[in-house]
Structures are given as C-alpha cells and as structure tokens.
Design a protein around this ligand. Structure first.
Ligand SMILES: Nc1ncnc2c1ncn2[C@@H]1O[C@H](COP(=O)(O)OP(=O)(O)OP(=O)(O)O)[C@@H](O)[C@H]1O
Ligand SMILES: [Mg+2]
Length: 249
C-alpha cells in the first residue's frame, strides 16, 4: 500500500471518533428531554436531519474503509425496494441544499405524491408502480451513492428540468438521468470520468465541485459488474444511462 493511500485511509478512519461524538450528542438531545429540556417541533426536525446526515457520513466512512480493504471493492447485497433507495437518496440530496423539500419528500406516502412533489422542483420521475415496490437484490449503499452523484450533477447543470427514468431489461436495472443543461461536448465524453477533471465553468453554471463524482460512480459500477453510457452534445443537455445487473435474475 502506498504512503498516500495509508495517509488517506488514516484520515478517513480518524473521522469515526468525532462523528460518534456528534451522533451521541444529537441522540441525547432528542431522547433525554428530562435532562436537556423539551424540544420544539422545529428544533426536533433540525436535530433529526442532523442525525440522519451524521449516519449517512458514518456509513460513507465505513464504506470507504471497506473499499480500501479489498482491491476489487466488496458487495453488500440485500433485498431492497427502489422506493427506499431512491427515496433516501433524494432526501439525502435535498438535505444538503433545500431541507424544506427533503421534509416534503419524507412526508410522501405514495409514488404519485412523490412524483407531484418532485415535479414542482423540476424533477420528473418515470417509474411504474410495479418496479417501484418490487424487492430487488442490490447493494443499497452503492446504488444510493450512484443516484446521489448523478442526480446532484443533473440538478446542478440543468436549465429547468431533470428526468429520471428506471426500468428493467434482460435481468438488469436501467436508470437514465437526463437534464436540459449545456451538455458535454463529444471531446470530453471520456475525460469527464477521470478523477479531478472538470469542464470550464460557464456563466450559467459557475458551481465548482471536485471532479470526483463521476469517477467514483464508475468504480462503484465496476464493482457491481455494471456500466454507464453518456449521451450528450454541446448545448443539448446530458443523459447518463446506468445499467446494473440484478443478482438472482
Ligand atoms: N449533467 C452534466 N451536464 C454537464 N456537465 C456535466 C454533467 N455532469 C458532469 N459534468 C461535467 O463533468 C465534470 C465532472 O463531474 P463530476 O461529478 O465528476 O465532478 P463535479 O460534479 O464537478 O464535482 P463533485 O462531483 O466531485 O462534487 C463536471 O465538473 C462537469 O464539467
Ligand atoms: Mg458531481
């Protein structure tokens, strides 16, 4: 193992302690009203959101350490519904920049309600009821990470709308995420998957990330034996099509 890899793994490892302290602190405030005093409804909401995101970060730390342990990456398969994978990925995503929407998503009790709520945010969901509630054998953590990254890009680079379509085809789950932004010129179709590569920021999209999301998604897909196709042209939006083999199919 290279020195740099050890340095990074140690940094990730050392995040565990402060995260555990944050988790314990928030849990005490939520569960021990007799000691810390009662909470208003709004305070409880904020603390629950903070706790949810602390747990997401803790899971990411565990995933990162487990990934480092195995060269090829490891799979953590379980039986999950697309409704819970996508629902949770959306809540985590909106928790970051629009907590009002994430609360609305949490309150949705049906696919139709969720579709309406998201449509108001310019996110169109095309999934049929059957697939929405079907039990699929998948690595939930990896799927959520993929969805979060692709959706966060699409929402960041869109002009108005993003469409997410999911369907099953020949034993695989296909998820297509399409936006109506500036698109990606053909000369960058390979490069956007390189670590730290970013196209020049435009006036319409000056937001800077780290150029790591797509490279990470590729690694996760490789672990699952999946693939990703990019279909885009300058000025014509971008569509990322992800194909994930379903175990047991
Ligand atoms: N939907 C999209 N439309 C237009 N350009 C995109 C889209 N998705 C990715 N890109 C281009 O590919 C680059 C790399 O994307 P990637 O997700 O790896 O990094 P990022 O979003 O810039 O940062 P990070 O994901 O690390 O926060 C982006 O900076 C952008 O230039
Ligand atoms: Mg990104």
């Amino acid at each position: 193992m290279g020195q740099n890899r050890i340095r990074i793994d140690l940094l990730i490892h050392d995040l565990k302690v402060p995260l555990a302290v944050i988790e314990a602190g928030i849990t005490s405030l939520l569960d021990r009203a007799e000691k810390y005093g009662p909470l208003t409804e709004k305070q409880e909401k904020v603390l629950k959101r903070a706790l949810r995101n602390t747990k997401v970060t803790q899971n990411l730390v565990t995933d990162a350490l487990e990934l480092g342990r195995s060269e090829k990456g490891i799979m953590n398969l379980s039986s999950v519904r697309l409704s819970s994978c996508l629902g949770e990925a959306l809540i985590e995503l909106f928790d970051l920049n629009n907590s009002v929407v994430s609360e609305k998503i949490k309150a949705c009790r049906s696919l139709n309600r969720l579709k309406e709520t998201l449509q108001a945010e310019g996110l169109i969901i095309e999934i049929d009821d059957g697939l929405w509630s079907e039990q699929l054998t998948l690595d939930e953590g990896k799927i959520k990470q993929i969805l979060r990254n692709l959706l966060s890009n699409a929402l960041k680079f869109r002009k108005r709308e993003v469409a997410l379509r999911a369907y099953k085809e020949e034993g695989s789950l296909l998820v297509c995420i399409k936006d109506d932004g500036e698109g990606i010129p053909a000369k960058y179709h390979k490069k956007v998957f390189d670590c730290y590569f970013q196209m020049e920021p435009t006036d319409t999209c000056p937001v800077r990330g780290h150029g790591l999301g797509l490279a990470g998604v590729m690694v996760l897909l490789e672990d699952m034996g999946g693939e990703m196709i990019l279909s885009s042209d300058e000025g014509r939006g971008a569509e990322f099509i992800v194909k994930i083999p379903l175990s047991g199919a």
